[in-house]
Write a protein that binds this ligand. Structure first.
Ligand code: SF4
Length: 324
């Protein structure tokens, strides 16, 4: 993975002005198990053209995701709606921070066109935080879901939403639009929130996920965290228990990688064995689906994982029906 320089391509403005005075962390050598090759395939460049032609933003690029070569080669991209500027300033995130632009009324149709052109059977739609909007962007999410449904009714839709903190009624608007999977990432354990995700609240995010299931028990819910941010194993296990109490179906756990030297330091590279152990613990706690590897990202292999998620629920329901 290339470490991204903390300035915008064509402008002098830094991507993260709020981090300008942060001390610079040392660049650590990445262990062999998280090395990835630079993207060069034809499929990658085709996906890139479709994204650009439709004037879309992807979290794959904005987050500097290490899996971009693999995903885009397979025509799998995660669209980031409502612009490329985020109103929060999380310590781990590479998305540009600042004052966002007005919403693009054409965006729902553009996302739908890209889904059709790419022939996606499953699409992941995420967004920047839009604390500046009265509904946090919930209606725009619903419009994008509606446009994809009209143009490509067979495509299953996964949303990865912001927390809609202090946006009463926003969550309900997104759930009413009936995405197949509702994902909201916890990102890290509770004790890290003040340093890693200072604009968010752990229990609010947990409650958001729980509310989705209360409103629509059939909707799949999903959440993910990064490890390597200084958390302890017990804190991760507690977070798993909290997610299960909120009836969350699917957990993803991946290694945190610092986008620049001024972002949160990588506190440690969690070994593949430790990931395996997290995976085993998560299965034992009753999640329907678990993905825990160094390169796991919440949208990585989302289509295949959705099929497994559906199959796991069907198997569990069948098992329950067999019980006396
Ligand atoms: S893992 Fe997700 S964010 Fe990363 S390239 Fe794949 S689809 Fe994009």
């Amino acid at each position: 993975m290339v470490t991204i320089v903390d300035t915008l391509k064509d402008k002098a403005r830094p991507r993260h002005p709020e981090k300008a005075n942060n001390p610079e962390n040392e660049i650590q050598r990445k262990p062999d198990w998280i090395r990835v090759r630079a993207p060069t395939s034809r499929g990658y460049f085709e996906t890139r053209s479709i994204v650009k032609d439709n004037n879309l933003v992807t979290v794959c690029e904005e987050a500097g995701c290490p899996n971009i070569g693999e995903c885009w080669d397979r025509k799998h991209a995660s669209f980031m709606i409502m612009g490329e500027i985020c109103t929060r300033a999380c310590a781990f995130c590479n998305v540009i921070t600042g004052k966002p632009n007005a919403l693009d009324a054409q965006e729902p149709e553009n996302v739908a066109n890209a889904v059709r052109q790419m022939g996606l059977t499953h699409v992941v739609i995420t967004s920047v935080d839009r604390d500046d909007l009265a509904d946090g962007g919930a209606r725009h999410f619903a419009e994008v879901i509606g446009a994809v449904r009209r143009v490509s009714p067979e495509t299953t839709i996964e949303v990865l939403t912001p927390d809609f903190l202090r946006k009463d009624g926003a969550l309900e608007i997104v759930v009413a639009a009936k995405p197949d999977v509702f994902n909201h990432n916890l990102e890290t354990v509770a004790s890290n929130y003040l340093t890693v995700r200072p604009g968010a609240r752990y229990f609010h995010s947990m409650r958001l996920l729980q509310r989705v299931k209360e409103i629509d028990p059939a909707m799949f819910t999903k959440s993910g965290i990064m490890v390597g941010l200084g958390e302890t194993r017990n804190e991760v296990l507690q977070l798993m228990d909290d997610l299960r109490s909120a009836d969350v179906d699917f957990i993803t756990i991946g290694q945190y990688l610092a986008p620049t030297r001024k972002h949160h330091k990588v506190m440690d590279y969690v070994t593949p064995d430790a990931f395996k152990s997290y995976e085993t613990a998560a299965w034992s706690k009753g999640f329907l689906m678990v993905s825990a590897t160094p390169l796991t990202r919440s949208s990585h292999h989302a289509g295949e994982d959705f099929q497994r998620l559906r199959a796991a629920r069907a198997a569990r329901q069948a098992e329950k029906a067999r019980q006396p």
